[in-house]
Design a protein around this ligand. Structure first.
Ligand code: COA
Length: 259
């Protein structure tokens, strides 16, 4: 598939999707967002792909957020219409395969919202993050008001959203905004290592586990626990459960069928 503003490559079962406007710090234009939605949809359906890494091309930015040039003159009706068809962030949320955000540099505004919609965030120690919309007189529109407090707590979410200040990767890790910080040279190897480890598990079990854990952010506790039980029962009925248990008892590696 050919794209204008993103780059999709793969290493074995790991697909890498790079936002590819490095001269604009990978700012997310409407075209880029639409291409990302398409790529995620295709990779989620692709049987060869087990995990997806999202990153930014070049050595400066994951993404500096939404393309500010496109905000100029946009009306409320136009903005509303854009939401009617679902957003990039909804598309990330819908993806059943694990998505790792490999945060290689600037990660601001909609870029941070994109990273927060992913499953796991690994940052270079060179990365800088911020919920910076307030600096241009708007507020986050890609999910930060809901995802940020869930990750960092209400006070920190309000501090970041109301001040628009930028924080370094170490502080982001301390707050729980990113899950790991590594030296810049280790970013790619470490992210691939994690993607490959997840990719070596039963894809069915990974999918069910992801659905169960992500369910915790939208379901009340009692419903979330019931949801987990339903998914656990599904896992118990899988070929991979039989294989995983047999492999353990026979002291060998399992050969997953992903069903
Ligand atoms: N939208 C559109 N273009 C952007 C952009 C964005 N969010 N962020 C950066 N760019 C463009 C700049 O306009 C510039 O393009 P030009 O060379 O054609 O003028 C290019 O990317 C490089 O940016 P520049 O500002 O020169 O780089 P810098 O290293 O001095 O500063 C930032 C980097 C990220 C601190 C700064 O670009 C910035 O604050 N960007 C906006 C971040 C933001 O608030 N995002 C949230 C939007 S809601």
């Amino acid at each position: 598939m050919n794209y204008e503003t993103i780059l999709v490559t793969r290493r074995g079962p790991t697909a890498v999707v790079a936002l590819n406007r490095p001269d604009k710090l990978n700012a997310m234009s409407m075209v880029l967002k639409a291409e990302l939605v398409r790529a995620l949809h295709d990779l989620d359906a692709d049987p060869e792909t087990r995990t997806i890494i999202l990153t930014g091309a070049g050595d400066k930015a994951f993404t500096a957020g939404a393309d500010i040039h496109e905000f100029h003159g946009r009306t409320a009706i136009e903005q509303w219409r854009m939401y009617e068809h679902g957003t990039l962030y909804d598309a990330v949320d819908r993806t059943t395969k694990p998505i790792l955000a490999m945060i290689n540099g600037y990660c601001f505004g909609g870029g941070l919202e994109l990273a927060m919609a992913c499953d796991i965030r690994i940052a270079s120690e060179r990365a800088t993050l911020g919920q910076t919309e307030i600096n241009i007189g708007i507020i986050p529109g890609g999910g930060a008001s809901q995802r940020l407090p869930r990750l960092v707590g209400m006070g920190n979410a309000l501090r970041l959203t109301l001040t628009g200040e930028r924080i370094d990767a170490a502080e982001a890790a301390r707050l729980g905004l990113v899950d790991e910080v590594v030296p810049h040279a280790r970013l790619e190897p470490r992210t691939f290592e994690m993607a490959e480890k997840i990719g070596s598990k039963s894809a069915l079990a990974v999918r069910l586990a992801k659905a169960a854990v992500r369910g915790s952010s939208r379901l009340p506790l009692d419903q979330g626990l019931r949801y987990e039980q339903s998914l656990f029962a599904l896992a118990m009925a899988s070929d991979d459960k039989e294989e995983g248990v047999r492999a353990f008892l026979e002291k060998r590696d399992p050969a997953w069928k992903d069903r």
